[in-house]
Design a binder for this molecule. Structure first.
Ligand SMILES: Cc1cc2nc3c(=O)[nH]c(=O)nc-3n(C[C@H](O)[C@H](O)[C@H](O)COP(=O)(O)OP(=O)(O)OC[C@H]3O[C@@H](n4cnc5c(N)ncnc54)[C@H](O)[C@@H]3O)c2cc1C
Length: 373
């Protein structure tokens, strides 16, 4: 057995920054293949779980902005760059990442892309995947691959770059990602009204999705919150069409951050209960346990007694899926259907035929009665 295979989960290798990174990764991947060892690609490692037989490759030293011309509304960045630094660089030019990622002190751009999480702006500005227009990746065969590019209309053939959104390190190590950025709105105002969940859902649906002045709609604690973003004039005008039931919310930034980052009290753990993340068609009816609604109706959060898994079948019957969720930690697996499991394995095999990358996030088909956490 080689020295590499003997290494334990505590081994963490840090990729060098700059041009040496590809050769360094190729060597590690070849060693892992020869030793039949498993690797987990990490960003800052804020969430990667320890495992006795998986060594980690940390990308966090591979950092820095490669190219950013604000007039192009596109940025190319190394995957280990802390999101907070990227957000700061964009803010200096009045721009932002419109998919509203979770931004903490150290979490990386590569980690955000590989998780594919998008905040409340998603139904109006697009998901992370919609903003991901190019990637550079070293795959399991050591190939230095580039997909997509730096212009928004660059797609001919398969749009492979977007596969990296939510890929959780199973296709290879992301070296660089190119993201579309958006101008920060001149004005942003949040209003709220107290109402029942079914009325809130009806109001969300009536306002539709897609680009426009509405940039967030959330129902929590018996209140519907609507966020409007745009020029001062257009936002003020939109507010006049809402009627008297709505009040302007002070400290709205805290509310949206609290919801995107799951720091809002709704997400505080409840003894004997499990939080479920339910992704369904926005016009699906309300389940009796719905506690909060996001994404213009497409994302529902439900607290359920531990061991109750009925939401899985309910979500499936409404065109979606449901999974237990740990607030601020997430879900370590994709609850995939049989067809999607086969497709995901097939895709991972193209990039990683020797199966050196940890695939524990690919959960096999989930049966209604079986707990998966
Ligand atoms: C609302 C909310 C939801 C969250 N959801 C999740 C969740 O679903 N799952 C979760 O793990 N954490 C989740 N978190 C926890 C944490 O915020 C994220 O894990 C964090 O953004 C990840 O950043 P990181 O740089 O530490 O990545 P890491 O924790 O190091 O890695 C996260 C994932 O990305 C992959 N990855 C990282 N960098 C690369 C790269 N360069 N190339 C290829 N793959 C890479 C890793 O293999 C791993 O699968 C969530 C947090 C919040 C507040």
């Amino acid at each position: 057995m080689s020295a590499f295979a003997l290494q334990s989960c505590r081994d963490s290798h840090r990729v060098p920054n700059g041009s040496d990174a590809v050769a360094w990764l190729r060597e590690r991947f070849a060693q892992a293949r020869d030793a039949h060892a498993q690797l987990r690609i990490q960003g800052a490692g804020t969430h990667s779980q320890a495992s006795s037989n998986v060594s980690s490759i940390s990308m966090k030293d591979h950092a820095g902005i490669v190219e950013y011309d604000p007039s192009d509304l596109v940025v190319t960045v190394r995957s280990g760059t802390p999101l907070i630094e990227l957000e700061h660089a964009l803010a200096c030019h009045g721009q932002m990442l419109a998919f509203e990622p979770v931004v903490r002190q150290i979490n990386t751009v590569g980690g955000a892309v590989a998780l594919g999480w998008s905040g409340s702006r998603r139904p109006y500005a697009g998901a992370l995947r919609d903003h991901l227009i190019g990637i550079r990746l070293v795959d399991g065969q050591g190939r230095d691959l580039r997909f997509g590019g730096r212009v928004v209309k660059n797609v001919a053939g398969f749009d492979v770059a977007r596969l990296a959104g939510g890929s959780r390190g199973m296709l290879g190590a992301l070296l660089e990602v190119t993201l579309r950025v958006m101008p920060r709105p001149e004005a942003e105002v949040t209003v709220s009204t107290a109402c029942a969940a079914d009325k809130a859902l009806a109001l969300m649906l009536a306002r539709g999705q897609g680009p426009g002045l509405l940039s967030g709609s959330v129902y929590v604690d018996g209140c519907l919150f609507l966020r409007y973003s745009g020029t001062s004039f257009s936002v003020q005008h939109a507010l006049t069409t809402l009627g008297d039931n709505f009040n302007q919310v002070a400290e709205a930034h805290e509310l949206w951050r609290g919801f995107v980052h799951q720091e809002h009290a709704f997400f505080s753990s409840k003894p004997g209960e499990t939080l479920w993340r339910v992704s369904v068609r926005p016009d699906a009816p309300l389940h009796a346990s719905t506690g909060a609604i996001d994404w213009a109706g497409g994302l529902r959060w439900c607290w359920m007694p531990n061991g109750n898994h009925e939401l899985r079948a309910w979500a499936r019957s409404h065109g979606g899926h449901a999974a237990p969720w740990v607030p601020q930690v997430g879900c370590d697996f994709h609850a995939l259907s049989e067809g999607m499991t086969g497709l995901s394995y097939g895709l991972a095999d193209i990039f990683d035929p020797y199966r050196i990358f940890d695939r524990s996030a690919l959960q096999p088909v989930v049966k209604e009665s079986a707990p998966c956490v």
